[in-house]
Design a protein. Structure first.
Length: 253
């Protein structure tokens, strides 16, 4: 193991991140939620703490022109970022970020906290808040609800999941004022429960990546609920339960 995530998963992500229904849908949700809070803000410097392959940072750098610093613990992911031409990619540990206090106007951490051993998420939360400028914006996405652990969770070395209350308490305790926190990827929850709690136990197969291409018609079918959620969440509505959580907060002055 060379980091907190299974190194073998980086190759799967790199092949699928641009077009796979889950990645496209979850990016749409994240952007629709972030944009209202970014209106009128000047982003002089941004950090993606735990950038993986760097594809999300690449989009922010090329499509939005943001000065994003992509950082990851593992060189397995960073090599894809370098090959993609992502700028300013650095290696670092989210539990001990190699940046000065208040260095960033925007700090993002997408699906990183679940890979930390239990208890170490508090170190990461304090570090995310430390490097955020006063009044700066924090965006965190994480896997939700222990009941949704799957073969993919095991394969990717996922160590924990969060409830809304846990995530809000974690960030509030680190000095972040929560502006919004909601479950997402909710409409597919019945399908996920049937797959993870019924079908997978029946098959009794070893852990394996869930990031694999599907037929084009199925890709469109699975993307549609996420697109609906993006519109709902973008209109300011929250969801009471889901497979992931998105938290948007502000560094307390």
């Amino acid at each position: 193991m060379s980091g907190f995530m299974n190194p073998a998963e980086f190759a799967n992500i790199a092949k699928s991140e641009e077009h796979f229904w889950w990645y496209r849908g979850m990016r749409s949700i994240l952007f629709r939620m972030m944009d209202p809070y970014l209106a009128g803000r000047s982003i002089g410097r941004a950090l993606e703490a735990g950038c993986g392959t760097g594809y999300f940072s690449h989009l922010l750098q090329t499509e939005r022109g943001w000065p994003v610093v992509p950082m990851d613990f593992s060189w397995h992911g960073l090599r894809y970022a370098r090959d993609m031409g992502v700028e300013r990619a650095v290696q670092g540990d989210i539990r001990e970020l190699p940046f000065a206090d208040g260095a960033f106007d925007l700090v993002m951490s997408v699906d990183v906290l679940p890979h930390l051993p239990r208890g170490q998420e508090q170190l990461a939360a304090r570090e995310l808040a430390r490097v955020l400028a006063r009044g700066g914006l924090l965006v965190v996405r994480t896997a939700a609800l222990d009941i949704l652990r799957s073969r993919h969770s095991q394969f990717a070395f996922e160590r924990q999941r969060f409830t809304r209350r846990q995530l809000m308490g974690l960030m509030t305790g680190a000095g972040v004022r929560v502006l919004r926190c909601t479950y997402v990827n909710s409409l597919l929850l019945p399908v996920a429960l049937a797959k993870f709690r019924v079908w997978e136990p029946l098959l009794s197969k070893p852990p394996a990546s869930g990031v694999e291409p599907v037929a084009p018609w199925l890709d469109k079918l699975l993307y549609a609920p996420l697109a609906l959620e993006a519109a709902w969440l973008g209109a300011g509505h929250n969801l009471p339960v889901g497979q992931s959580l998105v938290l948007i907060g502000e560094k307390m002055v």
